[in-house]
Design a protein around this ligand. Sequence first.
Ligand code: AMP
Length: 397
Amino acid sequence: MGEILCLNAGSSSLKFALFASEGSGEPQSLASGKIENIGIEPHLVAHDASGKTIAEQRWTKADKATHETLLADLLERIQKQVGKDLIGVGHRVVHGGMDFAAPVRIDDDVLARLDALCPLAPLHQPHNLSAIRAVRAVQPSLPQIACFDTGFHHEQPAVATRLALPRALDAEGVRRYGFHGISYEYIARQLGEIDPLVSGGRVIAAHLGNGASLCAMKDGRSIDTTMGFTALDGLVMGTRCGALDPGAVLYLFQEKGMSTNAVEHLLYNESGLLGVSGISSDMRALIESDDPHAKESVDLFVYHIARQTGALASSLGGLDAFVFTAGIGENAPEVRSLVAQRLSWLGVEIDEDANRRRAPVISTSSSRITVRVIPTDEERMIAIHTAELLAHAGTAS
Ligand code: AMP
């Protein structure tokens, strides 16, 4: 078939990955990279499949590089490298709302409906959509596919998605959606391949990165998750507050006289690990710090993972396996160890040596719960969906 570009566009960063697809079978990774610091002094680094750096560039403020110019530049570089046109671009889109469960080819109507969901994910959705528009501006006929973070959770039972608000609000979409679905779908898929027995059971996957959530999976399907109507709910995150008494939000409005924008900024950008530590949102910095507030923030992060694990184990009616993934889940043995200690009542027992080595299985042979570390790969999951959709469109036409 040809080459597929996968894009994960954020407010100040753009992650990309290039895959070769033959139509059937697993897409082959060709290159991946990141442009960081967009809006300030952007920095691009790209690696080939072996990890060798194949491109690096820095822009200064004087270059006035925007998301749009950087994406146009990236597309040009990639087409040059590939030597022919791409067959499609797959995007991570955070919110699919009530309408979009499965990946979808983007047209004007789809884009307009996704635009309407921006208020539900103000930190991510506008950036996801501007990447789609930027690609369209350069190559209007290039097929673009949206893959949704909410999609994997779409089949959850109504009792898991309903908020205890008046029914009319549920009907207009004020309900729990859940996020990180592309990552969880990839984890479910991997688990199905490496441990089919466990994958058919009751599993909690913990996506612990700057954003953090848990997903309860039964037989490889999401039945409950900690994020809700927006990606603010659930666990303590890098800069997001996680689950919060709505009365605290009313207090901010009524007693502190804060504006909507100020409250939004506080909850999305100034809370979580950053807010509690007063130091950083970066788990590495907090683990290395001697400051007692850093330790308090890590303790709170772990406490809520364990607390919500108890809740999700109840939704599942028990627990067979626990999977750590994403930046913190894959790379912070200290955090995995603290979480495991708090889950010992459930029968979790980890082998500290295996944990430090980041072995695929870090539980002991006598642990009642299998504990695994599985690196996530959202870009690969997007490539798989994009290839499938393009192949289907090819056979349908
Ligand atoms: P992500 O959003 O998945 O890229 O994850 C970002 C988070 O992972 C940040 O909090 C990082 O500090 C954390 N992280 C990445 N590497 C490590 C590491 N070696 N030790 C602890 N935390 C890490």
